[in-house]
Design a protein around this ligand. Sequence first.
Ligand SMILES: *Cc1c(COP(=O)(O)O)cnc(C)c1O
Length: 472
Amino acid sequence: MFNKEEFKENAIQIINWIADYFADVENFPVRSEVKYGEIKKMIATQVPEKAEPFDHIFSDFQEKIIPGITHWQSPRYFAYFPANASIPSVFAEFLTAALGVQGMKWITSPAATELEEVVTDWLRKMIGLPDTFSGVIQDTASVATLCAVLAAREKITDFQSNTKGLSFEKIRVYCSDEAHSSVEKAVRIAGIGSENLVKIQVDDECRMIAGDLEKAIHEDLLKDFKPACIVGALGTTGTCAIDPIKKLTQIAKKYNIWLHIDAAFAGTALILPEFRKEISGLKDVDSIVLNPHKWMFTNFDCSTFFVRDSKHLQKTFRLVPHYLQTDSDHEVTDFSNWGIQLGRRFRALKLWFVIRNFGMRGIQEKIRKHIQLAEYFEKKISGSAWFELVVPRNLAVVSFSIKNEFSSSLEELNKKNAELLESINVSGKAYMSHTIVNGKFVLRFVCAQTNTEKQHVDEALQTIFTLVEKQI
Ligand SMILES: *Cc1c(COP(=O)(O)O)cnc(C)c1O
């Protein structure tokens, strides 16, 4: 039976722990220091047969789980892309967990569906998409991109491949060499085959070369292939490069190909009017994904997927067995018909809490601040004796390397960069990751964690300079 007093007592312990964690998180080594297997060894291996008191479980959490945690919420987290939480988002997740709603259909929790319609429409307006677009929340960008590829596959086969299966006519999908691996995964899962993913070369700033794309499409048409989908990047994972979207829309229109934009990280910057001005053509794309769980302070997972014509999604995914049919089906939105999963988490609540509690202006200010801090970091790095930029900074992402002059070969330079990165991460004072550009091992500094301030960037710079000096 539910014991309200006991619940409150335990909940207060958890709240206190979280409050201390948020206050102290920057003092933890950012990347977990354990070796593989250490955590498993600490956790009892027998299945617990008898009920254990909450206190035991919670103290094990603190002693045995926390050492194996990498602190994504640390303001010293500069690796990959962030997975940012924030206080309103954490509060909403408490409530989501308590309600335990499964929002597969409107009727299974009307507020879940209607709030999802409202918050995705807010976000649509915030990033400047016209009202022909509608949004749906997915778990991740990988799944949103898969949905786009599947919808494009259905469209190119006159919505036949779902029922007839794929015949061996070759459907083609195009992205750049720098596109995220989720594109290739989607093409594999969609039955198109990774051999039919055409990877277009990039220029020296890692952006897709539009002329090469058109050439590839043209050649494919001559061979009777079916060009179905172009995936453009608004912010690649490696260096946050932005493909020439306007040109992609022109090519997509000319050849009647679905254009999907992967804006998983950088899409949040579209909330800034000054950034939006630099990006033209977005209103003409077929779909775009951006992850509030990366740069919009909404804890993992929450990925928003916008499509210009939601009918395509429904024609691709709608399948309603008799046990799910209700009288209201034709009047309401059932988001399970917009994607792969039937069961759906109530993710709209945290996005609602975040957008209201920050306000659009609050989100804009945070993002601008991150970009300014990245600019500051970029200046310090490019002005130093040790480093050079590999590509110009894109938004909050700085890609740099030890100068060529400190090594006699690319191989040696790569080794030095990799060793430096590892020593930064072992220090526990900052956490960064890498990419490869033209064979060069590149250090990435992504300045986009919710709570990063100038002080953390200065300390990261100090760590980097001290370590490079020791190493060279
Ligand atoms: C992070 C990222 C992804 C994958 O995001 P998930 O939500 O983890 O699937 C896809 N594309 C780009 C450009 C990314 O940066």
